[in-house]
Ligand binder design. Structure first.
Ligand SMILES: C[S@@+](CC[C@H](N)C(=O)[O-])C[C@H]1O[C@@H](n2cnc3c(N)ncnc32)[C@H](O)[C@@H]1O
Length: 392
């Protein structure tokens, strides 16, 4: 196991909007899936994990994160259903919760030097049709990192600083992830993007230093004493000011990021049968009952008769709609009224309807057996049971 640097969630959240953009771009390419198990590996403060839980509310979402500080923030998201676990990626037993339908890891693998080997194990745990989606920064050759390494290489404690910084150089380019993911049998979509973040100018601290304090500079801060670290950042900031000059519109920070999505063949993700609504309820009637049914559904309940398709119209019966409710009344030979099975219709004014049905000599049987729900049962034009419920 490798010890991750200590994280400061509040500093990390400073550029939340800019940091969120690659996550959104990654998710946009995942497409229409219907996952049962979603894992967010290195979930940080959980603010993006809860987005996963909101997008797939039916899924079991697990957020894994080794930093107690980050995880404390994550656990404060009580509005989404996520299982949080304090664990480094190196210790995670992929598949321990069952086959994974979606494994997301956003801006994490650069902190996991062994992730190439671990990936092979993790990808085996993908369900048929499962998706792996990753994003890593690809900016270690940028001046922001090059200058940090320069200052570290010139520093009296360079023997500790140089290896500490090399840990965060562990991520690869898109070609490397194409190799790994295709070798694992996945279909791959990999790309890179250089974002041009415009950071605010005119603050006491150079904004690129502020940005990198919460990520790339963490190993330096953890290695040096407070005074040493202050001296290091003074020197580093002076070089950053040269490399990233302030302009009237701000400071432009080009930031390259690497993305890869791998899909396992098979499965039923996105096509798994599931119910998404109710189209209509069919009730029966005897031949010739149509007018009595019209008197009930249109005359008393205020529904609208909708035309039957011509192929079905010849069979008799009639259809009614009100709000989202649709009732199909079909003619049945040997019909007997349904005494138990029934549709339940929602109305905004239960009492007025109850009076109207009573005036029409139809039964109104109030039922108080479900707390908080006002409802009664009546009979339609053919004597079928119908429930009427008050809607707020
Ligand atoms: C840049 S943050 C990204 C957090 C989150 N995925 C997001 O996109 O907001 C990097 C995260 O990786 C975590 N991390 C560092 N080393 C790790 C490891 N070995 N295993 C899992 N997570 C790790 C850090 O604790 C931190 O929360």
């Amino acid at each position: 196991m490798t010890t991750a640097p200590e994280w400061k969630p509040d500093v990390y959240a400073r550029f939340a909007r800019e940091r969120r953009r690659p996550f959104d771009d990654l998710l946009a390419r995942i497409g229409d899936i219907d996952p049962r198990i979603v894992v967010d590996l290195g979930c940080g403060d959980g603010s993006l994990t809860v987005e996963l839980a909101r997008r797939w509310p039916q899924a079991r979402v697990i957020g894994i994160e080794p930093s107690p500080q980050m995880l404390a923030k994550a656990r404060a998201h009580t509005d989404a259903n996520v299982e949080w676990r304090e664990q480094p990626a190196e210790d995670w037993r992929a598949g321990g919760d069952g086959p994974i339908d979606l494994l997301v890891t956003n801006a994490v693998l650069q902190w996991v030097p062994t992730h190439r080997e671990l990936l092979l194990r993790w990808l085996e745990a993908l369900a048929p049709g499962g998706v792996f989606a990753m994003q890593v920064p690809g900016n270690t050759a940028a001046p922001s990192h090059e200058l940090m390494r320069q200052v570290a290489a010139e520093h009296p404690r360079r023997a500790e600083l140089v290896p500490a910084l090399s840990r965060a150089r562990a991520a690869g380019g898109p070609e490397e992830y194409i190799e790994i993911l295709t070798a694992a049998g996945l279909t791959v979509d990999a790309w890179e993007t250089t974002y041009l973040h415009l950071l605010p100018a005119g603050e006491a601290e150079h904004p690129v230093l502020t940005w990198i304090r919460s990520t790339g500079l963490r190993p330096v801060e953890q290695t040096l004493s407070t005074d040493e670290f202050a001296a290091f950042t003074r020197e580093y900031e002076a070089r950053l000011r040269q490399a990233y000059p302030e302009r009237p519109y701000g400071v432009a920070l080009p930031f390259r990021r690497v993305f890869a999505i791998g899909r396992r063949a098979g499965g039923d993700a996105g096509t798994r049968p599931r119910v998404v609504g109710l189209d209509h309820v069919q009730v029966a009637c005897a031949a010739g009952d149509e007018d009595a049914q019209r008197a009930f559904y249109v005359g008393l309940l205020g529904m609208t008769e909708i035309p039957k398709p011509s192929l079905l119209a010849a069979r008799g019966g009639c259809w009614f709609a009100g709000g989202e409710a649709v009732i199909h009344v079909g003619v049945e030979a040997g019909f007997t009224p349904a005494r138990k099975a029934h549709p339940c219709l929602l109305v905004p004014d239960l009492d007025t309807l109850a009076d109207r049905l009573a005036d029409a000599h139809l039964p109104v049987e109030w039922d108080t057996s479900i707390p908080g729900i006002r409802r009664f049962h009546t009979r339609d034009g053919s004597g079928n049971r119908v429930e009427i419920q008050q809607v707020d």
